[in-house]
Design a protein around this ligand. Structure first.
Ligand code: HEM
Length: 416
């Protein structure tokens, strides 16, 4: 006999999602004793699932498609319309290769070096300031890094506005009202700016070095042999710039972790790369950023007694999988050393998606993220000393994206 499927009886669970935020899926999986359940969100039937097996299923391309998975409101803020996130099959693999080709060891080292350089350039200013807002500083530092690395010209006067715009595109993803509108405005402004630069490169008015993302996006040819239209080239270039700026959040959470765990701060002052890596992995696992991912059922099938009907929206729980007690001992403890024994599983640590980089949607920027995080952490622990004054160090597990409330204010910054 088939056991009754965990199907929520309430008409619509959107309010519960708003109230429970990052814990919404895991809470229900626990209640039902199941990795999967059916509910209604925003007027649509949705299947939610969590855990390593669910993640492996989610990345089975025969079963799922990304077409029409992300709502327009997300495309108009976070992703850009009709870009790589919503592509499937050979066209997706070809587009993905474009992003992966930017992630060579040389280019990643350059990215890390640029990050170190830009942090150091801020120091003399900070030494004169009473208080420094690390979140705002990180946004601007990473905006300079992202543009420089990608070959995009950036005037010093425009850094703040561009940095804020890139972050606002990210900050809008879980928002309604003003925060959402702010994200749309930021995207419109960002796309107009980058589109103009794409035109300049194509017209030969601006030179782009061959190894840069600017060059890659301007001259990429799709499977039909055609260049991307300038709008799409701009959107995909922004799909490199924006997420580099978004690493800000992981840096702010890293600083919070250093503050909450002074023993690790001490240890990092003399630690080698291996421990920097473990600490950064634990920041990505432990703190809330991406809540879940969406895809639609390509062909109907049954899994764990739940019927996955063709076209159904399915959400994979990122936060819950990163805190699944079957995968992580004491998941709500910040403990970098757990990564000493981690086997590098493709479907357990999924803050930036899971599975294969080249064949699936897993984030192509994961190595870049780790390099930027490690360079920033190195700077914070080895190059400077600072004080963390009294402030609200909390972060919400309901607001999406979650950010440290105070932005992490530092004072008495001194170079070492
Ligand atoms: C995809 C998270 C940094 C570029 C993704 C996905 C997540 C993610 C969750 C979706 C995976 C899926 O759909 O299965 C993050 C986080 C980052 C970050 C939390 C750190 C703040 C980066 C960086 C880059 C980047 C640094 C580029 C330099 C992309 C692109 C995609 C993507 C282009 C779409 C890939 C595809 O659809 O095949 N990212 N990412 N991300 N990310 Fe990242």
């Amino acid at each position: 006999a088939v056991t009754p499927v965990p199907r929520e009886k309430t008409l619509d669970n959107s309010l519960a999602l708003l109230k429970e935020g990052y814990h919404f899926i895991q809470n229900r999986c626990e209640t039902y004793g199941s990795d999967v359940f059916e509910t209604r969100l925003l007027g649509e039937k949705v299947i939610c699932m969590s855990g390593e097996e669910a993640a492996a299923l989610f990345y089975d391309k025969d079963k799922f498609t990304r077409q029409n998975a992300a709502p327009k409101r997300i495309q108009k803020t976070l992703f850009g319309e009709n870009a790589i996130q919503g592509m499937d099959g050979k066209a997706h693999e070809h587009r993905k290769q474009l992003f992966m080709s930017l992630m060579t060891e040389d280019r990643l080292q350059e990215l890390a070096d640029l990050t170190t350089e830009e942090w150091r350039a801020r120091l003399s200013l900070w030494e004169k300031e009473e208080e420094t807002d690390l979140f705002q500083e990180a946004k601007e530092v990473l905006c300079r890094v992202a543009c420089h690395w990608a070959g995009v010209p950036l005037e010093e006067e425009e850094v703040k506005e561009r940095a804020d715009d890139f972050w606002d595109m990210v900050d809008a993803f879980g928002a309604v009202g003003p925060r959402h509108r702010q994200g749309r405005k930021a995207r419109r402004r960002g796309e107009a700016w980058i589109k103009k630069i794409i035109h300049e490169v194509r017209d030969g008015e601006l030179e782009a070095e061959e190894e840069t993302a600017l060059y890659a996006m301007a001259f990429h040819r799709d499977l039909d042999g055609e260049h991307l239209d300038s709008q799409m080239a701009a959107i995909e270039l922004i799909n490199v710039l924006r997420p580099i700026v978004a690493i800000t959040n992981f840096i702010a959470f890293s600083a919070l972790a250093l503050h909450e765990h002074p023993e690790y701060h001490r240890k990092l002052k003399t630690a080698d790369d291996a421990f920097f890596e473990m600490f950064s992995q634990e920041v990505r696992r432990y703190y809330p950023f991406g809540p879940f991912l969406g895809a639609r059922v390509r062909r109907g099938f049954i899994w764990n007694d739940i019927k996955f009907e063709k076209g159904r929206l399915v959400l994979l729980d990122i936060y819950g999988t990163n805190h699944d007690p079957r995968l992580w001992e004491e998941p709500y403890k910040f403990y970098p050393d757990r990564f000493r024994e981690w086997n590098g599983g493709l479907f357990d640590l999924i803050p930036q998606g899971g599975g294969d980089y080249y064949k699936n949607h897993r984030c192509p920027g994961e190595w870049a993220t780790l390099r930027v995080m490690k360079a920033s952490l190195d700077f914070l622990t080895k190059n400077i000393s600072y004080h963390v004054p009294e402030q609200d160090l909390s972060y919400s597990t309901v607001r999406m994206p979650s950010v440290p409330e105070s932005g992490i204010i530092l004072s008495e910054i001194k170079r070492k």
